[in-house]
Design a binder for this molecule. Structure first.
Ligand SMILES: [Zn+2]
Ligand SMILES: [Zn+2]
Length: 236
């Protein structure tokens, strides 16, 4: 049986996300997405809540808690971590911390024109994977082409794919496809690291990008998170 993955999703625990965890789980079931990587900006809270709720609610989902950490080089996803990842220290220390906590590190949207990952060649010896297709990249097709080139050169790297969704409408805009069933988080990590995913989907529509910005602005007004209060806006 085919399994569908969305490995880059934000919830309302991100300062710029509006999807509640409950909504996320319901939509995933409705859309037939079995594996979810919950990767809120700089917090593990949404990932942990989604993990817990999926178990308690008896959802037939595999939820992988994660964080999208803002680093000096770009956004670094820690997947399969159950504790916060500090943002202090060098990128090497952050990667090491992710590994110590049992996770893998993935360079998010590394070839995006707005928020690329700097020094990717140098860092490719230390990270575990790169994001291959991300629905929120403006240069969606070019990004995929560049990622393919990079993966040819650095065959130690695995790859992941995801919607980078911040609103309910865009969950599953890009999904990874695996032609077998997976049972555990470790199986998913293996699929990522051993390059077994194909994907389908396309770039997020302009309408949904605008909707995200609009809803984020409303959200910032009522948000309680320190980053949101300081009015930090990022595109992703
Ligand atoms: Zn993101
Ligand atoms: Zn990002």
């Amino acid at each position: 049986m085919t399994t569908y993955f969305d490995l880059h999703i934000h919830t309302e625990y991100s300062y710029d996300g509006v999807t509640s965890v409950r909504e996320l789980l319901k939509i995933a079931v409705k859309k037939g997405i079995r594996v979810l990587g919950v990767t809120d900006h700089n917090t593990i809270e949404g990932g942990l809540k989604a993990y817990k709720l999926s178990k308690e609610g008896g959802y037939n989902l595999i939820v992988i808690p994660g964080i999208e950490v803002s680093t000096r080089y770009g956004h670094l996803i820690a997947l399969n971590v159950f504790e916060e990842i500090r943002r202090k220290g060098s990128i090497f220390e952050i990667i090491e911390e992710i590994h110590k906590k049992g996770g893998i590190s993935i360079a998010a949207h590394p070839f995006d024109i707005i928020m690329p990952f700097k020094n990717l060649n140098e860092l490719s010896r230390y990270i575990d994977a790169i994001e291959y297709a991300n629905a929120l990249t403006i240069n969606f097709k070019e990004h995929i082409r560049k990622a393919e080139e990079h993966l040819r050169e650095y065959n130690n790297l695995g790859y992941s794919v995801g919607s980078d969704s911040h609103i309910p409408d865009t969950i599953g805009n890009v999904v990874g496809i695996y032609e077998e069933e997976v049972e555990r988080i470790d199986d998913v990590i293996d699929v990522i690291l051993s390059r077994k995913l194909s994907f389908s989907g396309k770039r997020t529509k302009l309408y949904h990008r605008i909707k995200k910005i609009f809803l984020t602005k409303l959200r910032v007004k009522r948000a309680v998170y320190p980053e949101a209060k300081r009015g930090l806006h990022r595109l992703f």
